[in-house]
Design a protein around this ligand. Structure first.
Ligand SMILES: *Cc1c(COP(=O)(O)O)cnc(C)c1O
Length: 368
């Protein structure tokens, strides 16, 4: 049996017929930018997150960039970012002209390590971007406390964590503003590029909406140097179908993760592989990540057993060519570097059959 790492065709197949109906109505209606489909999904997603506002944008990278702009982050400002994340988090900071200041991550969550944040704060620090990596909410109680004490904005990059709950609160409600991606592989994925911000501040929501619409809120009046980054109605229409299932999707992913947990057992650093996330911590399992003593061997064994795997992410931002000027930082974030050399992601998706999950579990039990 072969279990591919991800099969987006199968993932979205249940929505095809209904979606074609929505697309057909869009043609009859003729509103191809903005309109009712977009405002409906914005209302639904704000309600799902428990925030006052949701503003649809073109993708997750734009969501972070526009959030930073709306907060007034500008050249000369420093923004604290996790040393390991998808590079988009960092690119947004660079695009507004600010400086990424990497802080190392916790070894058992791969999320921003609250113990290390204060040492990175300078008089130029304006904000912290927290990434809820792989679907597990970061330690927002401590991070928010630090941010408050130092007068810093908090931006949640929640691209991987739609719907996760920690400290009895949903992702997207912890910071000043939160950003989401609906890239097809995310837990709430569209059928193309899409993203949004959520916030309880009407001023911030209004600024993001204006910035994503050529800096304009009244036609042909341009108050700021804007972008064109809006949520497509076709994507909004698809997301409105899927969001009804999001809680069920999360439950299914948690059930699969629980079976992987059993196959791996209470393994620790001495075993061939162990679960990245501390037991007891929840996640919406955008990725189920294991840490390998010898990743090349584990990757070969799983691949030979027909189990597709991914690596999120093999290179930390400071070791990327585009951030060559920041290479000196990479030695300062040893946990992020070590994880980039040892993590492996297992197949994860609500469409996986019992037989497929069993197949992955069998392959995990055979690792030596
Ligand atoms: C996917 C992702 C993004 C970027 O989203 P896009 O919609 O692909 O631009 C940003 N941050 C994180 C953590 C992501 O996983």
């Amino acid at each position: 049996m072969n279990v591919p790492f991800l099969d987006l065709g199968r993932l979205n197949a249940p929505y095809k017929a209904e979606f074609l109906g929505v697309a057909s109505k869009l043609f009859d209606d003729g509103t191809f930018i903005g309109g009712g489909l977009v405002s409906q999904f914005e209302r639904e997603f704000a309600e799902y997150c428990g925030t006052e506002h949701c503003v649809g944008v073109g993708n997750g990278l734009d969501a972070i960039t526009l959030a930073l702009k709306a907060l007034g982050i500008a050249p000369g400002d420093e923004v604290i970012v996790p040393a390991q994340t998808f590079v988009a988090t960092w690119l947004a900071v660079t695009h507004v002209g600010a400086v990424n200041v990497p802080v190392d991550v916790e070894p058992r969550t791969a999320n921003l390590d609250p113990d290390l944040i204060e040492a990175a704060i300078t008089p130029r620090t304006k904000a912290i971007i927290v990434v809820h990596l792989y679907g597990a909410t970061a330690d927002m109680a401590r991070i928010n406390e630090i941010a408050k004490r130092h007068g810093l904005y908090v931006i949640e990059d929640a691209a991987q964590a739609h719907g996760d709950i920690r400290f009895d609160r949903k992702v997207g409600t912890f910071g000043d503003i939160a950003t989401f991606s609906f890239y097809p592989s995310k837990n709430l994925g569209a059928v193309g590029d899409a993203g949004c911000v959520v916030t309880n501040s009407s001023a911030l929501a209004q600024r993001v909406r204006e910035l994503g619409n050529y800096g304009s809120s009244v036609k042909y009046r341009h108050d700021s140097i804007g972008f064109n980054s809006r949520l497509d109605p076709i994507q909004a229409g698809f997301l409105s179908l899927k969001i009804k299932d999001l809680d069920r999707i999360i439950e299914k992913r948690r059930a699969i993760a629980a079976r992987y947990d059993k196959a791996i057992g209470n393994a620790d650093e001495s075993a061939p592989v162990f679960r990245l996330l501390d037991f007891g911590l929840q996640s919406v399992w955008h990725n189920y990540v294991i840490v390998c003593r010898d990743r090349d061997t584990v990757q070969r064994q799983l691949t030979e057993a027909g189990v597709g795997v991914g690596i999120h992410y093999p290179t930390i931002p400071t070791e990327q060519t585009c951030y060559a000027d920041m290479q000196h930082y990479s030695r300062a974030t040893p946990v992020a570097h070590r994880l980039s050399q040892s993590v492996l992601s297992l197949p994860m998706g609500e469409y996986l059959s019992d037989a497929e999950v069993n197949h992955v579990c069998d392959a995990l039990r055979k690792l030596a």
